[in-house]
Ligand binder design. Structure first.
Ligand code: PGA
Length: 251
């Protein structure tokens, strides 16, 4: 059985001082929920400070992106080996990276490989755009992204996959729990074909896209949903703690 993971992606929000205040306000509430692994994803510049605050807690830490090369002339980029001493997780292929910054399926695959090589746990994000759902190609798109994302991957140990339909991100329009489960089952089946049944069963699958404290339990009770990747609702301490508590209640 996969452990329940609730990941809070802060995106490009929070100065270092604000990030410190936010995580300090969250720690007691998150630590009280032992059934769930909570992980926060602050901007790069706050990782070290937040890592210090989380050191003696059970709350996990991750980065929002990485570059696939280890070092070199890539101005503004951050490599897996730079992150390895700072955090445990890294989000790879978030739809904002794919759509706003033009990240290709191939680049996402190289990033997953780089993350694993450095001992980081990649959260590989996949998800279709609205036109793709409406034209009936959602499953094919997600499967393509998943297969490219895992093309160079090593062992599935530590791997996490997040299904985030693009039309549900930041829109207040979450997928229905049934639709999320249908896609998760397809993702799980694809993982079985890439690895094997036992390994695929151990990969936590997170749903993301307008998850709130009010709807998280409906997703968590689906057979193949093992957690959530949360954007907007992870930016307020009390709300995020309530969301984690509501997820734990059905975990
Ligand atoms: P949202 O973002 O919860 O604000 O919809 C989710 C995400 O982008 O991971």
């Amino acid at each position: 059985m996969s452990p329940t993971i609730i990941a809070g992606n802060w995106k490009m929000n929070m100065t270092v001082a604000e990030a410190r205040d936010l995580v300090t306000a969250m720690i007691p509430g998150l630590e009280a929920v032992v059934e769930v692994v909570s992980v926060v994803f602050p901007p790069f510049v706050a990782l070290e400070a937040i890592g210090g605050l989380l050191r003696s807690t059970d709350v996990g830490l991750g980065a929002q992106n990485l570059h696939y090369e280890d070092k070199g002339a890539f101005t503004g980029e951050v490599s897996a080996s730079m992150l390895a001493g700072l955090c445990e997780f890294v989000i790879v292929g978030h739809s904002e990276r794919r759509l706003v910054f033009g990240e290709s399926d191939e680049a996402v695959g190289r990033k997953v490989e780089a993350a694993q090589r450095a001992g980081l746990r990649p959260i590989l994000c996949v998800g279709e755009r609205l036109e793709e759902r409406e034209s009936g190609s959602a499953e094919a798109v997600v499967e393509r992204q998943l297969r490219w994302g895992l093309a160079n991957a090593g062992s599935p140990d530590g791997l996490v996959v997040a299904y985030e339909p693009v039309w549900a991100i930041g829109t207040g329009r979450a997928a229905t729990p049934d639709d999320a489960q249908l896609m998760m089952a397809h993702i799980r089946a694809t993982l079985v074909s890439v690895y094997d049944a036992a390994a695929a069963a151990d990969v936590p699958l997170l749903y993301g896209g307008s998850v709130t404290a009010d709807n998280v339990a409906e997703f968590m009770i689906q057979d193949d949903v093992n957690g959530a990747l949360v954007g907007g609702a992870s930016l307020v301490a009390e709300g995020f703690v309530e969301l984690v508590r509501n997820a734990a209640a059905v975990a």
